[in-house]
Design a protein around this ligand. Structure first.
Ligand code: SP5
Ligand code: ZN
Length: 345
């Protein structure tokens, strides 16, 4: 399979995040992509650099003031105090119910809170370059699909599916899956579907397409009653307005093993088939793995070969995009198993 990757991913390397109130080393690291590339290369897959500029697609997916903020967020942080170069900013205040989000505060941390839904998404000096390279990869992959390639994998980070039109969260800044959808549509695919198999609900992707009938979003994830991102991902979220009926959530309990997980996959596949999609975007999170340090499903490495084969069986041209997966040393094998499963399926 063609694999799109940019070394710019390594420019986003924040040091800390918060975990149970303590500062801990980041789970979402450049090493994740390095393990994936090493394994894919060892198995003979060809790497390509992104060649498309995602800028016009980002303008469709995200709000202008949010893009302006994250593009220069690190420079704004330094402008507040040059000593900030050695310190990671985190939001500490958020405009929830009754507070105003229409006015951008002058204070940087207040602006960061305005555009974040958690304090678990550290920004870094190279965040924009890394995230933009990921969005460019998604646009490049869609162009290859439009030109007749059957499957393309974006081995990119940071991930994207928690990022909404005007917010970051869950390690995500730019919604790469939504960029791929808009790119496929720009290339003439009228009906596109997203299948999100990350352990965490892809709240950003859901929100971006929630009121649209031209993009079906299907997600299999940990039940939000107990799992991050908590405030999104319930089964009764089925779309709004013209999009009613074009969003399917399949929440599963913590501890779910392969058989129950693949039963949910069958339900997702049936909905995808009914919809009659022309192309598919897969948000390929691998934090469903039993060894994942922050997630709660129980898939084993061999199950990812089966996932790949099931994806191939959907019979759709597909852009696959790396999302989560934090068992770093095993991530390469797990990702490559999906890719080989697709190729051999
Ligand atoms: C793309 C993606 O996978 N983002 C996930 C972000 C999750 N961040 C919050 C994690 C909170 C984990 N709580 C874990 C309890 C473990 N026992
Ligand atoms: Zn995840």
């Amino acid at each position: 399979m063609i694999v799109i990757h940019s070394p710019q991913q390594a420019l986003h390397a924040p040091e800390h995040e918060f975990f149970r109130g303590e500062r801990v080393p980041c789970f979402e690291t450049p090493a994740r992509a390095e393990f994936v590339l090493r394994e894919l290369t060892a198995r003979g897959h060809a790497l390509q650099l992104p060649t498309a500029d995602s800028r016009p697609l980002l303008a469709k997916v995200h709000e202008a003031r949010y893009l302006s903020f994250i593009e220069s967020a690190w420079d704004q942080w330094l402008a507040a105090d040059p000593a900030n170069a050695a310190v990671q900013p985190f939001p500490s205040v958020w405009p929830i119910r009754t507070l105003r989000s229409d006015e951008e505060p002058v204070n940087f941390i207040a602006r960061l809170g305005l555009y974040s839904f958690d304090n678990g998404t550290p920004i870094s000096a190279g965040m924009w370059q890394a995230a933009k390279a990921g969005a460019d990869a998604a646009a490049t992959a869609a162009r290859l699909i439009a030109a007749g390639t059957r499957h393309v994998f974006c081995a990119t980070r940071p991930p994207g599916h928690h990022a909404g039109a005007d917010f970051m969260g869950g390690y995500c800044f730019l919604n790469n899956a939504a960029v791929a959808v808009e790119a496929l549509r720009a290339h003439g695919c009228a009906r596109v579907a997203v299948l999100d198999v990350d352990f965490h609900h892809g709240n950003g992707t859901q929100a971006i397409f929630y009121d649209r009938a031209d993009v079906l979003v299907v997600s299999i994830h940990g039940d939000p009653r107990t799992e991050y991102p908590f405030y999104s991902g319930h089964a009764d979220e089925t779309g709004a307005g013209p999009g009613l009926g074009f969003n399917l959530n399949l929440p599963l309990p913590r501890g779910t093993e392969a058989d129950a997980w693949f039963a949910a996959f069958d339900a997702a596949a049936a909905t995808l088939a009914r919809y009659g999609a022309e192309a598919l975007v897969v948000s390929l999170g691998l934090d469903t793995f039993a060894g994942d340090p922050i997630s709660g499903f129980r898939l084993q490495s061999d199950d990812y070969l089966r996932l790949g084969a099931e994806l191939a069986r959907l019979g759709l041209p597909a852009v696959l995009i790396l999302e989560g997966g934090y068992a770093t040393a095993e991530l390469g094998v797990n990702a490559a198993n999906v890719i080989d499963g697709v190729d051999n399926g």
